[in-house]
Write a protein that binds this ligand. Sequence first.
Ligand SMILES: Cc1ncc(COP(=O)(O)O)c(C=O)c1O
Length: 460
Amino acid sequence: MFDLLIDLDPSRGRQAGLEDALRRGVTSGQLTAGARLPSTRALAKELGYARATVVAAYEQLVAEGFLVAAHGAGTSIAAVPRAPADRPRVDRPPRRYLGDFRPGEPDRSSFPRSEWMSSLRRALSASGDDLLGYGDPRGLEELRHALAAYVGRARGVVANPERIVVFGGFANALAVLAEALRGLERHMIAVEDPALPFHPELCRRAGMDIERVPVDAEGVRVDVLAQTSAAAVLVTPAHQYPLGVALAARRRTALVAWARSTDGWIIEDDYDGEFRYDRQPIGAVQGLAPERVVYGGTASKSLAAGVHLAWLVLPQALVEPVVETARWRAAVSTIEQAAFADFITRGRLDRHLRQMRAVYRRRRDAVIALLRAQAPWLTMTGIAAGLHGTVELSGPVSREAEILRVAEAHSVGMHPLSVHRHAPGPPGLVIGYSRPAGHEFTSALERLGQLVSVLPPSSG
Ligand SMILES: Cc1ncc(COP(=O)(O)O)c(C=O)c1O
């Protein structure tokens, strides 16, 4: 039996009223194409109508094209075209590239499904019914403990489980944090330029004013930051997004000094800090000043974007404002949280990261070698860490669009650098190497090779 909520108008009579209600449901979008209707017998019983009345109404609507009746499969809603204005705005389905070098996501095919499933099974079978309540607004206690231990040993973060809040992704965490800061009358936030465009946008929607601070070869320009009246700064110190530089040691010190002297907050977005290839991992800035830094971690790169799990490690002063802002609306399924806690404490995250670090390092080396051999004028930088690199181009910004047009024609995906910039700067390409599935990477690389072989050397 499929539940059906319909709004019957008794003045229309039984059959006509039922037909009207179903027509309205379809045209308004309440009943969507493919949705199954209850059987005539079940609906008749529920409404207290003769079955023949419901059969007649269904037949009439099948004849009108609103419903489809498939033999043995019941009756369902037909695909009735709706007026364009009625259609909800949704993202276009992303294009599938044969060479997918867009940054932003790890290899989905490498997600450790069976380990995750066993953590999920263990979490559900080992837990009591308390797991299924709303839970602590900061997140499940065992996950906060597991995360505190993990970020402490893996990223050098000084973390106390009491100060950790779990979110459904860093973007959510940032939106809540910005709103909490706004509530504390701190309404100016500085962001790196270039940066991921929707991060400042989320802050703006939370009521913050935005300052842009340029990035150079040593990371964010703390001297420029110091000239602003920002109360907080959002930074990506381990691997600047998108340029890929690491924040130099003296800049880290200067950043912390800025925060201390201005009562400012550093928001450290450590989105891909686990992937470091050439040197010892660079620890989080948070370790230098736990009372001035909000540390943000995410599973979007280390596991998969679709798991939507991220966490903030907060200075004591921000715990209550953030928890109060997040209360009732930032929760993540406690079942997923329990699974993640099990996954971390059993060492499965570490093992997965060890494996993937080796995979991505090989891919990165292959992309670098290909560019060196076939297009030496395209030099990829920011490659010591993370899952992407950047290629700066000479000439006008239109160069990006030219190359991306050729790339599209070769079914190669990559991102333009300019969309990340606020102030004008040299054009470039952001090239990720983590997206293709393992078995597709070689052919993706061939596609990239074909693309660069047709680009004129002046493209660099
Ligand atoms: C710069 C940056 N920060 C954070 C994230 C992770 O965000 P989320 O946890 O919302 O997926 C990403 C992922 O693409 C990123 O590129």
